[in-house]
Design a protein around this ligand. Sequence first.
Ligand code: THU
Length: 146
Amino acid sequence: MTDTEALIAAARTAARNAHAPYSRFAVGAALRMTDGSVITGANFENASYGLSLCAETVAVATASAQGRLSEIAEVAVIGGMMVDGVATGDVPVRPCGRCRQVLNEAAQIGRRDLRVFCAGAEGDAVEEHRLSELLPKAFGPADLGL
Ligand code: THU
């Protein structure tokens, strides 16, 4: 298994813990840190729908809470509709706009253009992007002097 396949597998495992009873769309995110370790997150919905947190945001906040915001190098995102509690489908899921901005915080603090892998809950289709391509001309910490 390649490093990319392992990161996608970690995101798929994380998606099993998605709390997504409202959308029934499970998302998992996995962050490859500069030392090779992996931090994951899953979407965390709320009965007050607008309070829901995306998988990527949960993963980045977890890294930050560990003092490791600047160490994020690569991201894998997967997702799909849950059928009988299991995420399904092979269409690659790309980070939403808010998550791109959240990822940009890590990218600029770490001075790294993040590699972003997008896949479905199942299957072999993988898209590879750079965050600078997903969120061009971003506003971020650099604009505030960081
Ligand atoms: N979702 C994510 O977790 N990440 C994204 O980038 C796109 C959307 C979640 C939010 C919500 O819980 C569900 O997917 C359906 O929108």
